[in-house]
Design a protein around this ligand. Structure first.
Ligand SMILES: NC(=O)c1ccc[n+]([C@@H]2O[C@H](COP(=O)([O-])OP(=O)(O)OC[C@H]3O[C@@H](n4cnc5c(N)ncnc54)[C@H](OP(=O)(O)O)[C@@H]3O)[C@@H](O)[C@H]2O)c1
Length: 256
C-alpha cells in the first residue's frame, strides 16, 4: 500500500451515511465511496436515494440505500438495524440527516421540539448505541456527526435547532469518552453556511447570501464538496488520534 493509501484509503470499509441523499450528506457519501468504502445511504425519500445510488454506481463505487424515518425514536432504531442489513455491521457511521424548522422561540411547540431533537440529536445517539459497542469490540469505528455553527452562536432563529446541535457536539464527546479507549473516534464537522436544499428559502435573498459569503475569510459560501477531505480524514486511519473534536469546515466563518 502507498503512504497515502495507508493514511486515507477506505477500501474494504463499510460506511452508513444518514441524510446521504442530499446536500452535505450526499457530498460526504460521495467522498467516502470514492475513497473506497461501500456506502449505505439512509433517508426518507426513495427517489433522491435512488438518484444518489445511481450517481455513485456510475462513478464505479459500491452503494445502496435504506429508507428510514429518523423523526421518531422507533424509526431511528429501526433505521439503524436496517442500515446494517445490506453489507453487515458498518465500520464508519456518519450522521448528517438534519432539519431546521425555524419558528421563532416563542412559537416552538412540542411537535417542533420533538421533531428537531429526534432527527438532529436522538437519532445520532441511537445510531451510536447500535454501532458503538460493536466498533469498540472490533477496535475501529469512526462516528462522524454534522453539527452547525448554531451550536456555538445564535443565528437566524436558531431556537431549538441550535439547542439540538449543541447537544450533538456534547454527544460526540461522550461517545469519545466511552469508546475511544477501544479504537473508536467520535468527532463533529461544523459547517457554516452551505448552499443546500436545507436553506433554500434563505437563498432566495441574494443580498443575504452575499453578506454571508463576506462573513467568511475565504470569501464564498460552502458547497457539499467542501466536506469531502475532512470527511475522508475523519473516517479513515489518519485521524485515529483525533477524537471528541468539533472541526469547523466553514471558510473561516466562525473566526471572523
Ligand atoms: N446547509 C447548511 O448551511 C448547514 C449549516 C450547518 C449545518 N448543517 C447541517 O448539515 C446536515 C445536512 O444538511 P444539508 O444542508 O445537507 O440538508 P439537506 O440538503 O436538506 O439534506 C438533509 C438530509 O437529511 C435527510 N432527512 C431529513 N429528515 C429526515 C428524517 N426524518 N429521516 C431520515 N432522513 C431525513 C434528507 O432526506 P429526506 O428528506 O428524503 O428524508 C436529506 O438526505 C444537517 O444536519 C444540517 O443541520 C447544514
Amino acid at each position: 500500500m502507498s503512504y497515502l493509501e495507508d493514511l486515507f484509503s477506505l477500501a474494504g470499509r463499510t460506511a452508513v451515511v444518514t441524510g446521504g441523499s442530499s446536500g452535505i450528506g450526499r457530498g460526504i457519501a460521495t467522498a467516502l465511496a470514492r475513497a473506497g468504502a461501500r456506502v449505505v445511504l439512509v433517508a426518507r425519500g426513495r427517489e433522491a436515494l435512488d438518484d444518489t445510488v445511481r450517481e455513485l454506481t456510475d462513478l464505479g463505487c459500491e452503494a445502496t440505500a435504506v429508507v428510514g424515518d429518523l423523526a421518531t425514536r422507533a424509526g431511528a432504531q429501526a433505521a439503524a438495524d436496517d442500515a446494517a442489513q445490506p453489507y453487515g455491521e458498518p465500520d464508519v457511521v456518519v450522521s448528517s440527516a438534519g432539519i431546521n424548522l425555524r419558528p421563532p422561540m416563542a412559537d416552538v411547540d412540542a411537535a417542533v421540539w420533538d421533531a428537531t431533537m429526534t432527527v438532529n440529536l436522538e437519532a445520532p445517539f441511537w445510531f451510536g448505541q447500535r454501532f458503538g459497542p460493536g466498533m469498540a469490540g472490533r477496535g475501529y469505528g469512526p462516528l462522524v456527526h454534522v453539527s452547525s455553527q448554531q451550536a456555538h452562536r445564535a443565528f437566524v432563529t436558531s431556537s431549538v435547532y441550535g439547542v439540538s446541535k449543541g447537544g450533538l457536539e456534547s454527544l460526540a464527546r461522550s461517545q469519545a469518552e466511552a469508546w475511544s479507549p477501544h479504537g473508536v473516534t467520535a468527532n463533529t464537522l461544523v459547517p457554516g453556511f452551505v448552499l443546500t436544499p436545507l436553506n433554500q428559502r434563505l437563498q432566495q435573498d441574494p443580498a443575504r447570501v452575499a453578506a454571508l459569503a463576506d462573513r467568511t475569510l475565504v470569501g464564498r459560501n460552502g458547497v457539499p464538496a467542501d466536506f469531502a477531505g475532512a470527511a475522508v480524514f475523519l473516517a479513515g486511519p489518519a485521524s485515529g488520534y483525533v477524537t471528541g473534536q468539533s472541526i469547523h469546515v466553514d471558510g473561516g466563518f466562525s473566526v471572523h
